[in-house]
Design a protein around this ligand. Structure first.
Ligand SMILES: C[S@@+](CC[C@H](N)C(=O)[O-])C[C@H]1O[C@@H](n2cnc3c(N)ncnc32)[C@H](O)[C@@H]1O
Length: 424
């Protein structure tokens, strides 16, 4: 099971991960904490023993993975380990996502809430089951498995070998007692270690066999064929890479009319603040690329809740779906209606002592300022008469530039403020 994962790696990747495992074994073995123990309290001794147990567990897990990987390396290959990879790039694997994804303790509540929310949203906008989906930065993969029932095939990709390896290792074990260290925010000494049982049912295991292909890889470098997926899910991942990097892959890999489905915060794990786009900017970016916004809302959940810690995060997660190339069908002969979630608003404002009227269309998430003439058209749209008919009937003659008019309606349609189908 895990063997096929290692077999799929290039020699360079195998060497990288082999070095990673050696480094992790070494890191978890260090015992200087014990030598430099700050307090000779019995409770502190107990804490050290628990921390040592968690470190030994992590070390042992890395040793098991290393031994499996070694079977895929010859002694000639190992000579190539010099010079060794840069250890500063080695990221520690912690068991938090494994716990959230595969335990039935409190930690899984976040996942359950999110899965139910996304499933309901997909159903409410009539997103039907489809052929192929890609989950980028899939982590321990539970979302890919939970949504696999919607697809003939799912590809779940993550850069971290440990994320996917631990899921496949659990698949073989079926149940696995894990533990990990809680370093800060512990109420009691016993809280310094979190013990969990993670498990994978026969049903979910079969689903993986039938539908899910796990893949180690950097999303920015995936070289699968263009137009390979109907849907791409980015759950807690859109903020990992700058949008301009992510976008290239999304647009290339999605089929025509394909969906980009985002769920999660915009925490941003890189340093260039100019790339730290707001939800509004990401939305505008997709509209600018002729995508249509099918969903745009928020859901608050705890994040990676650990009962042993005094700290955990809450995110007001952004849920966003954009559909590729939908606006290409919009023309002067399209019939529009105001979306049932939207409202055309007229505001009376005082400017330099004079009363003026300002128009906008608002759906609770987006407030779009309208030129009066567009607002006038919106007020008479009925989902049946085309823009051309309305212009003729209402005598909106001053709208000379047809192209400009169509592009405003394209944008309103892309932002789902108006619809082609009456009231939907
Ligand atoms: C915040 S976690 C979210 C994991 C998962 N989507 C979930 O919600 O459980 C982000 C994941 O992205 C992965 N990752 C980071 N950079 C990546 C990249 N360039 N390509 C693929 N995966 C990446 C990390 O290994 C990690 O598993």
């Amino acid at each position: 099971m895990e063997n096929s994962l290692f077999a799929s790696l290039t020699l360079e990747e195998k060497l990288y991960w082999y070095h990673y495992f050696i480094w992790m074994e070494f890191s978890y073995s260090e015992d200087d904490f014990q030598q430099n123990f700050p307090l000779e309290l019995p409770s502190s001794r107990r804490r050290w023993n628990l921390i040592r147990e968690a470190k030994d567990f992590a070390k042992n897990v890395h040793s098991i993975a290393k031994a499996q990987l070694l079977e895929h390396l010859s002694s000639e290959d190992l000579f190539l380990l010099s010079p060794s990879p840069d250890v500063s790039k080695h990221e520690y694997y912690n068991f938090e996502y494994l716990t959230r994804d595969w335990s039935n303790s409190d930690a899984h509540q976040q996942r359950k809430t999110i899965t139910e929310f996304i499933e309901n949203q997909l159903q409410s906008i009539s997103i039907d089951p489809s052929e192929k989906a890609l989950f980028i930065g899939c982590g321990n993969g539970r979302y890919a498995v939970d949504f696999a029932h919607r697809y003939e095939k799912v590809v779940a990709c993550d850069k971290s070998l440990m994320m996917i390896w631990t899921t496949l290792y659990l698949k073989r074990l079926k149940t696995w007692d894990i533990c990990h260290q809680i370093t800060r925010n512990c109420r009691t000494v016993e809280d310094s270690i979190q013990r969990e049982t993670v498990e994978m049912s026969e049903d979910l295991s079969r689903k993986i066999d039938e539908k899910v292909e796990f893949m180690i890889g950097d999303v920015s470098k995936i070289n699968m064929d263009d137009c390979s997926f109907q849907h791409i899910y980015s759950i807690y991942f859109t903020d990992v890479l700058p949008l301009k990097v992510l976008w290239k892959q999304i647009d290339r890999l999605l089929t025509d009319q394909g969906l980009f489905i985002h769920f999660g915060p915009l925490e941003y794990f890189f340093s260039n603040e100019l790339e730290m786009l707001t939800a509004e900017e990401i939305c505008d970016f997709f509209v600018d690329k002729e995508y249509t916004i099918l969903a745009n809302s928020f859901l608050e959940t705890p994040h990676l809740f650990m009962k042993n810690s005094m700290r955990h995060r809450f995110y007001d997660n952004w849920f966003f779906i954009a559909q590729k190339n939908q606006t290409s069908e919009v023309s002067i002969d399209t019939s529009f209606a105001v979306h049932s979630d939207s409202e055309v608003l007229k505001l009376h404002k005082m400017k330099q002592g004079e009363s003026t009227e300002e128009w906008s269309i608002n759906n609770g998430n987006i407030d779009y300022e309208l030129p009066e003439i567009i607002a006038d058209i919106l007020c008479v749209m009925d989902g049946k008469k085309s823009l051309r008919d309305l212009l003729a009937i209402q005598g909106f003659d001053e709208l000379a530039n047809e192209q400009e008019l169509v592009s405003v309606f394209k944008e309103l349609y892309a932002k789902r403020l108006i619809t082609i189908r009456n009231g939907n």
